[in-house]
Design a protein around this ligand. Sequence first.
Ligand code: IZC
Ligand code: ZN
Length: 434
Amino acid sequence: MRSAGPAAATLLVRHADALVTLAGHGAAPLTGAALGELAVIADGAVAAAGDRIVAVGPSDRVERAISLAEDARVFDARGRTVLPGFVDPHTHLVHAGTREREFGLRLAGAAYLDILRAGGGILGTVAATRAADEATLARLTRDRLDTALRHGTTTLEIKSGYGLDTATELKQLRAAKRAGRGHPVRTVATFMGAHAFPTEYRDDPGGYVDLVIEAMIPAVAEAGLAAFCDVFCEEGVFSVAQSRRILEAGRTAGLRPKLHADELASSGGAELAAALGAVSADHLVYASDAGLAAMAAAGVVAVLLPGTTFSLMGSRYAPARRMIDAGVPVALATDANPGSSPTESMQMILNLACLHLKLSPEEAIAAATLNAAHAVGLADEAGSLEVGKRADLLVMDAPSPAYLAYHYGTNLAERVIAGGRVAWQRAGLESEHR
Ligand code: IZC
Ligand code: ZN
């Protein structure tokens, strides 16, 4: 039991059948066997004062350690599993338009990159996003944040990359900021001008890389609109050399590097991520063993996106077990985007991670919380239930942690608590018990 002393608690969740805290792991992400060693407290409780956790542990000890504020909210979690709010460290949430037509083309056999080469895919979303005004983009993004929240996400990364011109990239990042302002989901932004080559630079890819480096990165950094810089490093998109130049320029401007790497072919993306000391490398379906070893040595988090492989009907999923064996810290994300992964649900990703990446439910939960927080540099605030962190927690309609990954296709979230407040709860639920 840990508690922070006498501050009166304004929220108490008690008597959880299973309380998963992911506490006590210090400043490093979980690797190797530790990823699956989930400590579970029976009859557990979490108390918060304001937006901070003040006590967590067995219910009797938590209740003895705290005093309750007059207007405290107290919830009974009998029969439930309580865990940290999900952290979704890779989304493309700010965009206009939908791509179900492309879904139809892919069902009929078209390849994702062929659709992009023909001016569809990402470029279709670019056209719709350029045409939308900032307020519309902010509203669309806010609606998607609401969906993510209802499914248990309390921290989420958002990338730009559907502008591919300076004005629209900035518009997207401002819309992301506007959507996140006052929203219970904490958001962090990534600049991804290097997501595709816009049609107007089709015959001048070098010119576009220069534009990203000379105009977009300085403008984004100057406006303080992003924490990270990301590149779609892939054969037929941005080469390793181009990606390196862009990410180094971003880093010089204060944007920490992230990469879309080795998603559709092995092209040296994992090696580049390690060489740059990137915060994360994402996808990695075709990453080489040497690249994975280098990532492990450099402490780069591998963000795995099984929803994308699933939606693209890929025959091969990321080699998660090889990564875990190699000591790479593994995290999970939705990749929420209108093309290759149209979902905001981290619960769906837990299921896919077990069935297709062969993670255990315990590993999947750690990868979707604590390690995901490391993938966006927010592990001091999110990803575990520990005194002093933000009180982001989920009361799930699940008798055990494993049930969360096993039961799929419905929303198991019963209450989503963000910053110490009930941000969402199931309709018809009694509001509280004391
Ligand atoms: O819009 O298709 N892979 N970028 C790289 C995506 C998927 C998002 C999209
Ligand atoms: Zn992505």
